[in-house]
Write a protein that binds this ligand. Structure first.
Ligand code: MG
Ligand code: MG
Length: 265
């Protein structure tokens, strides 16, 4: 089905900033509770309460039947991990927390991968470089560039380290719907695909693996794992392409205050 790109007004962007703010606060709140031994369902409960405390609605809960407020993806789970009873964090795990919040008709959606306790050096580097690939992609995500420029930037950066780029899942436009056009793959040819224009709101979300890029979906219809069970990292930022330039409306700064990192955005 053809879906057209929905361009946002300045009033829409104002609302999108508020939704993104709820997600930023929620991810930081969840971050306070990430440690070995914590049940994933508890983190989901913390996230849902925080979203609702801000008079927003969890975007993911009920989306095509998704049962939780957060996607909590541990180690070889790339994305869409469902928090289930009996799942706990262990020292050395990595956890991608993906959060969406609907406020005043517009969605916020972004994600951060956390280290649980002490992680191995190769996994720490995977996380650092995945985040860096996102930062590099943000630099090229300006009006006039294309989704191919974004994908190529991610792919070229992580390719230096022989990491895998998940191909079946991608970033997306966002607004009144959580997933709008254009699709934003994490690979591509420069100067190809949809062109970025003023009024677009987009999510860029590299999903990068330590081994092969190949994935499979579990029988629950959601959980996406690497086929070789090597870990995957996932970061997502939400951008407004405006007349004044590109603004990263998501923020990791509150997360950084909790976990002691200095975040660029
Ligand atoms: Mg997204
Ligand atoms: Mg997301």
């Amino acid at each position: 089905m053809f879906r057209r790109i929905k361009y946002k007004s300045e009033a829409d962007f104002a609302k999108l900033r508020q939704s993104a703010r709820v997600v930023a606060v929620t991810l930081a709140e969840v971050a306070k509770h990430i440690r070995p031994g914590v049940p994933l369902t508890y983190l989901d409960q913390i996230g849902e309460e925080c979203i609702r405390d801000h008079h927003a609605i969890p975007s993911f809960k009920g989306f095509e039947g998704y049962p939780a407020a957060l996607c909590l993806s541990v180690n070889d789970v790339v994305v869409h991990g469902i928090p289930k009873a009996g799942m706990y964090l262990n020292d050395g795990d990595i956890l991608s927390v993906d959060c969406g919040a609907l406020l005043d008709g517009f969605h916020g959606d972004f994600a951060y991968t956390f280290a649980v306790g002490e992680v191995s050096e190769e996994v720490r580097l995977l996380m650092e470089r995945t985040k860096e690939s996102l930062n590099k992609a943000i630099e090229v995500a300006v009006a006039g560039k294309t989704v191919g420029d974004i994908g190529h930037t991610v792919e070229a950066y992580v390719g230096k380290y022989n990491y895998g780029v998940v191909r079946e899942l991608c970033g997306h436009g966002i607004g009144k719907d959580m997933h709008e056009r254009p699709d934003i793959p994490n690979f591509g040819r420069p100067d190809s695909g949809d062109r970025l224009q003023e009024g677009m709101c987009i999510c860029i979300e590299p999903m990068i693996t330590l081994g092969s890029h190949k994935i499979y979906m579990e029988k629950d219809g959601w959980t996406i794992r690497t086929r070789d069970h090597k870990p995957a990292a996932h970061y997502e930022h939400q951008l407004a392409i405006t007349a004044k330039g590109t603004e990263v409306i998501s923020s990791y700064k509150l997360i950084g205050e909790v976990i002691g990192t200095n975040e660029l955005y």
